[in-house]
Design a protein around this ligand. Structure first.
Ligand SMILES: C[S@@+](CC[C@H](N)C(=O)[O-])C[C@H]1O[C@@H](n2cnc3c(N)ncnc32)[C@H](O)[C@@H]1O
Length: 320
């Protein structure tokens, strides 16, 4: 069975936050409105089925509502990666979104705020709770960092029990560290991913177990699945050019209506957050999406009913 192609579509180089590992706030460039229709047609012609809108902060692009409506009219599976600080815009997008990933780097408000550069924790938590009511598939996403790497279990519990959502984790791209005071070592990254791998059944995570295992293998220098960026997962920049990923920006694939093929043998990073480019396991991926949907919408209801009925209704076990 063929995996569905995913496009990570970066619609702006602009952000309202000052994250210590990202410089999107330094820019002010938006995806050109006049290229939107052409890009949607191009994606259809080239077999893309899943579109993940990202940035910068994608909700700061004023055309996002019209973009997401168009994507839905063309029957794409739609996803957004957002910092969750713009609930007014997100509320208008929810009806057209199939999935949302909202960044939450710690369960401790001060840590999340300090890393993101603004006091946003309470707003983000509220946004997650609202998204969970309105979008089919919702997870949070934590960038593994120096302050959270050794408490992945605690964070997963907060996500699972307080917010009722699975937690996903994202492998940091070392080349994108712009701030001297932000350091994360390979050992820290290994500790975090290894915890998620070894405790996969203890908490509810939103990545495939294989992703956590391969992240550890990657750090330990063992071989991992060949990267499928440029094949299964593609990246559109805020100027309209399609690349294999955001570390292969010199390669432009959409010079003609049929995109150039890219045979990827690169293993310089392991950092895709929404869909891991190295993985091609459509059945496992479909099972993961059903698990997240079930956890978001059914499990929480069971838990509420269960408390009301004095614990008589037992929730079924979460499928692995
Ligand atoms: C670049 S942001 C774009 C979407 C949105 N602004 C957000 O904060 O979620 C997407 C994800 O990349 C993560 N990220 C930031 N800096 C990163 C880095 N240096 N390496 C890998 N991921 C990073 C963020 O934590 C976030 O979860």
């Amino acid at each position: 069975m063929k995996s569905f192609k995913t496009m990570i579509w970066n619609i702006d180089f602009f952000c309202n936050l000052r994250c210590k590992s990202c410089n999107a706030w330094q820019g002010k460039i938006f995806f050109p409105d006049e290229l939107v229709d052409r890009h949607i047609e191009e994606m259809k012609k080239n077999g893309v089925k899943i579109v993940s809108l990202t940035g910068g902060e994608p909700t700061l692009n004023r055309s996002i509502e019209s973009i997401i409506k168009k994507l839905k009219e063309h029957h794409f599976f739609t996803h957004i990666a957002t910092n969750g600080t713009n609930p007014y815009v997100l509320r208008r997008l929810f009806p057209y979104l199939d999935a949302a990933t909202i960044s939450l780097d710690s369960n401790i408000p001060e840590e999340h705020n300090e890393y993101r550069g603004l006091k946003i924790f309470d707003t983000v938590v509220k946004t997650i709770k609202e998204a969970k009511q309105k979008v089919k598939i919702v997870t949070s996403n934590a960038l593994v960092t120096n302050f959270n790497y050794n408490k992945i279990g605690e964070m997963a519990e907060f996500n699972n029990n307080e917010l009722g959502i699975p937690m996903t984790m994202c492998f940091p791209d070392q080349s994108a560290y712009y701030f001297q005071d932000f350091q994360v070592s390979q050992d820290m990254i290994r500790t975090a991913f290894n915890y998620a791998y070894e405790n996969y059944n203890r908490h509810v995570f939103g990545n495939l177990k294989t992703y956590y295992k391969e992240a550890v293998d990657y750090i330990d220098g063992r071989s991992v699945t060949r990267c499928k960026a440029g094949e299964n997962v593609l990246y559109t920049d805020y100027r309209g050019k399609v690349h294999p990923c955001f570390t292969r920006m010199e390669v432009v694939m959409n010079k003609g209506p049929v995109w150039e093929s890219y045979d990827n043998h690169c293993s310089e990073c392991f950092d895709e957050c929404f869909r891991e480019p190295s993985l091609e396991r459509p059945i496992e991926e479909a099972a993961l999406l059903s698990k997240i949907w079930w956890y978001n919408h059914v499990k929480t209801r069971f838990r509420r009913d269960s408390a009301r009925d004095g614990g008589r209704i037992q929730p079924p076990l979460v499928a692995e």
